[in-house]
Design a protein around this ligand. Structure first.
Ligand code: AMP
Length: 220
């Protein structure tokens, strides 16, 4: 199964990608998580990306394309993958087609998490993340078992600096301008599947199971 998840920030891509990845035992490749790990480790890429992420802008296509191609070429991604937050521009979508073309593979589905602005703002304003393992929680909707502590790895939970209201507004504008055109790109290729991003986690998992039934089998 080779799928991409896209939609505005706060649509639930990361949460659902993690669940699907555990269910199907295929890697969850999250562009944002990868960039944040470079920033934590202060690599050259991290140094270039830090200020860009803090402003809520996109890093240059060439940089993220190279990082993601490296992930997609790893043996772990041979059986399939779930791409979360990549591609985010038409240039990235074309670069992804090239990588898959070289591997003689193709995408099974592009899942668009259609989400209302109201829900996005509500989710991002209470989001908590684990910098250690990347798990996501929410103060009200997905509270951790122990306050401020990650259920998965027991690390301390933090708020993301780019979840501040002003940066969120900017990220939404960037999404509309750069990422929304992917809808047409994948619709034309017959790969677009729209899912209701406003649903809560269990409702949307049920919906995803139905939508993905028609795509290749999890082992495919
Ligand atoms: P996310 O965790 O997916 O919300 O991404 C956090 C931030 O990482 C974004 O606001 C961008 O600054 C950067 N980023 C993530 N994915 C991409 C991408 N595909 N292209 C460019 N920048 C990205």
């Amino acid at each position: 199964m080779r799928i991409i998840l896209f939609g505005p920030p706060g649509a639930g891509k990361g949460t659902h990608a993690r669940i699907l990845s555990e269910k199907w035992k295929i890697p969850h490749l999250a562009a944002g998580d990868l960039l944040r790990s470079h920033i934590r480790e202060a690599t050259d890429v991290g140094k270039r990306a830090k200020a860009i992420l803090e402003r809520g802008e996109l890093v240059p296509d060439a940089l993220i394309n190279e990082l993601m191609a490296e992930q997609l070429e790893k043996p772990a991604a041979k059986r399939g993958f779930i791409l979360d937050g990549y591609p985010r521009t038409l240039g990235q979508a074309e670069a992804l087609e090239e990588v898959l073309g070289r591997q003689k593979e193709r995408l099974d589905s592009a899942l668009y998490f259609k989400t209302s602005e109201e829900v996005v703002v509500e989710r991002l304003s209470g989001r908590l993340v684990c910098p250690q393992c990347g798990a996501n929680f929410h103060i009200r909707n997905i509270p951790p078992k122990k306050k401020g502590i990650c259920d998965r790895c027991q690390g301390p939970l933090v708020e993301r600096s780019d979840d501040r209201p002003q940066t969120v507004r900017h990220r939404l504008k960037v999404y509309e301008k750069e990422t929304a055109p992917l809808l047409e790109f994948y619709r034309k290729r017959g790969l677009l599947r729209e899912v209701p991003g406003d649903f809560d986690v269990s409702e949307l998992q049920e919906e995803l199971a139905k939508v993905l039934k028609g795509a290749a089998s999890p082992q495919g």
